[in-house]
Design a protein around this ligand. Structure first.
Ligand SMILES: [Mn+2]
Length: 295
């Protein structure tokens, strides 16, 4: 992709700008997500215009996409890194219609949502994750486990759907807080019962206006994404997730998306980085299709 450090494509506002957030000081366990952005970028073997077979669309013929590079980060300061990212994302958001952010641990989503809110106001959130990231009621810190609570507290979300939740927490009172604050939780049991296709259809019906897609790669089963900070067995397959991304990007007005928690030191054969790369590719393909068919 051409470089466009301020988000512009050949002097004009771009359709999509990609940034990296090489930050992992918000991770509670198994760090390494700071290496995620570059691993996601270099995972593919693709080049050229890229014809997407399902959409029958040449992606870069209909979509101007730039890579704005990685946010600068100071050494060993999470707060400093988050502040830098906020500034960097704001500049890029002003010059692009859609922001793609490559994480980084999940905490990087907060400054990105703040930057997007400056231009689009609060967004609807579609959040794939094994975890709700709504801990932190009595802990003011921003971490990868508190980021969604912080986003709610700052009024950055109109409502949200959290998909793929499983495992051992958060406890019932935290889940109830989420419900009371506009977050709908679709756990793996719901998905097993009705199928992901059905769940995504309901989400598409309920979400309107500017929306944001956030993908913690640990929503995938560790079989499909071993290279992540907090793996949780019993998750989605890559095929399910990529299909969901296509449907959501086709039907919703996504002003941004991210893929976070890819931790290359724990990856094998680039499985996780490649899955993350393809999440972005499917978003680009579906967006190109959307622009082509609405033109
Ligand atoms: Mn997670």
């Amino acid at each position: 992709l051409p470089a466009g450090p301020d988000g512009r494509f050949q002097g004009r506002s771009s359709d999509v700008a990609i940034i990296g957030a090489p930050i992992d000081l918000g991770a509670g366990d198994r760090p390494g997500a700071r290496y995620g952005p570059d691993a996601i970028r270099t995972a593919p073997y693709l080049s050229g215009e890229l014809y997407h077979m399902e959409f029958q669309t040449e992606i870069f013929k209909y979509l101007s996409v730039v890579d704005a590079g990685n946010s600068p980060v100071p050494v060993a300061s999470h707060d400093g890194a988050i502040a830098n990212l906020r500034k960097f994302a704001s500049t890029v958001v002003a010059n692009t219609d859609r922001l793609v952010t490559l994480g980084g641990d999940n905490s990087i989503v907060l400054p990105v949502l703040e930057a997007l809110a400056e231009r689009h106001g609060p967004v609807a959130l579609v959040h794939f994750d094994a975890h709700t990231d709504t801990w932190g009621a009595d802990l003011p810190a921003l971490t990868h486990a508190t980021v969604i609570r912080r986003a709610v507290e700052r009024g950055l979300l109109r409502h949200g759907h959290q998909i793929g939740i499983r495992g051992y927490g958060p406890p019932a009172d935290v889940l109830q807080w989420g419900e009371e604050n506009g977050l709908t939780c679709w756990n793996m049991e719901d998905i097993e019962e009705s199928g992901l296709t059905e769940v995504i259809q309901v989400v598409c019906e309920r979400v309107s206006g500017p929306a944001y897609l956030s993908i913690d790669i640990d929503v995938l089963d560790p079989a499909f994404a071993p290279g992540t900070g907090t793996p949780e067995p019993g998750g989605l397959t890559s095929r399910e997730l990529l299909g969901a991304v296509r449907t959501l990007a086709r039907h919703l007005d996504l002003v941004g998306m991210d893929v976070v928690e890819v931790s290359p030191p724990y990856d094998h054969a680039d499985i996780t980085a490649t899955a993350a790369n393809r999440c972005v590719m499917e978003f680009l393909a579906a967006t190109a299709h959307r622009l082509r068919t609405s033109a």
